[in-house]
Design a protein around this ligand. Structure first.
Ligand code: CP
Length: 317
């Protein structure tokens, strides 16, 4: 039993936010809340995961997610292995499934996987016995990012339910947008998606979000402004006339931010492109920007995910 719902997260993997129940999200957030203080202590190390092995397998670049998963595992006492794709047999043509089955034979307890293809992490999870955490797959989902965003919002605003959140920019290519959309709607927030028509598919309305192609209108009266990176590496062809014009229409500036509530929080998952989707002055505004809080919450959320997913193993031992 856990949290206000009296129920706890019991799944084998964390592959996405879609389909999670409010009590499951609340359980993960409640657990993560406890780990925020733990991570601020001088002695950060616990022995919760002692004897367990965590393998981080990142097929795509990462600073925040990979480092925070490594710190999270180590702070919980796990043996953490970072597998470098660059130096692995994947470079010799080994398939994803063969890589999964090879790692499985070494008896890891948790696999943390980032992959450039949507659905690849779920496919891999079908071929291993251990818990799998999706650290971002293509433009599909990035569940721990949405959880850390939710924890940031909950701690800064005291709630998620009833807030209006504008997710702005390159929604089309963003796994962060999809995971956040599912989480925020599940937890009772209102979601607006804001961006140019080329990067904001009308099909997103089906999820229950309101779409805005004018940023000033989209930000009118919102509690949270969540900016997205322009994902040039996922674009084949031209989606914006120029980054300069994109900044002028959809970059977050003080002028556009003035349309949001006076205490609206500014968020960005990182990495940021200053002067493309966000003005550096706004990103660095210590009164409004929660961007570094998000990074801090990332470690706590990943500790909570590792803790919850390995609980059945520890109980069985
Ligand atoms: N937000 C995020 O996933 O950042 P990284 O790509 O640095 O992990």
């Amino acid at each position: 039993m856990s949290g206000e719902y009296g129920l706890s997260f019991k799944r084998r993997h964390l592959l996405g936010i879609e389909g999670l129940q409010p009590f499951e999200i609340a359980d993960l957030l409640d657990r993560a809340d406890g780990y925020v203080e733990q991570s601020r202590r001088t002695d950060k190390k616990l022995s919760t995961l002692r004897g367990l092995t965590q393998v981080n397998l990142f097929f795509e670049n990462s600073t925040r997610t990979r480092t925070s998963f490594e710190l999270a595992g180590k702070r919980l006492g796990a043996d953490v292995v970072n597998m470098s794709v660059q130096g692995s047999s994947i470079k010799k043509g080994e398939t994803l499934i063969d890589t999964a089955m090879t790692l499985n034979a070494m008896h890891p307890d948790v696999l943390v996987v980032r992959h450039q293809d949507s659905g690849a992490v779920e496919l891999l999870a079908r071929h291993v016995r251990c818990a799998v955490i999706n650290a971002g797959d293509g433009s599909h989902e990035h569940p721990t990012q949405a959880l850390l965003d939710a924890l940031t919002i909950r701690r800064r605003k005291g709630r998620i339910e009833g807030l209006t959140v504008a997710i702005c920019g390159d929604v089309l290519h963003s796994r962060v947008a999809r995971s956040n959309l599912h989480l925020l709607l599940t937890m009772g927030a209102r979601v607006r998606l804001v961006g140019p028509p080329t990067l904001l598919p009308a099909s997103m309305r089906a999820f229950g979000a309101d779409l805005f192609f004018d940023m000033r209108k989209g930000l009118e009266g919102v509690d949270i402004v969540m900016m997205l990176r322009l994902q040039l590496e996922r674009m084949q062809g031209s989606y914006v006339p120029s980054t300069r014009e994109y900044f002028s229409l959809f970059g977050l500036t003080r002028d556009k931010l003035a349309h949001a509530k006076p205490d609206a929080l500014i968020m960005h998952p990182g990495p940021m492109n200053r002067g493309v989707e966000i003005d550096g002055v706004v990103a660095d505004d210590i009164d409004r920007s929660a961007i570094l809080d998000q990074v801090e919450m990332g470690v706590a959320v990943r500790m909570a995910c590792l803790d919850i997913l390995t609980e059945p193993l520890r109980e069985a031992a």
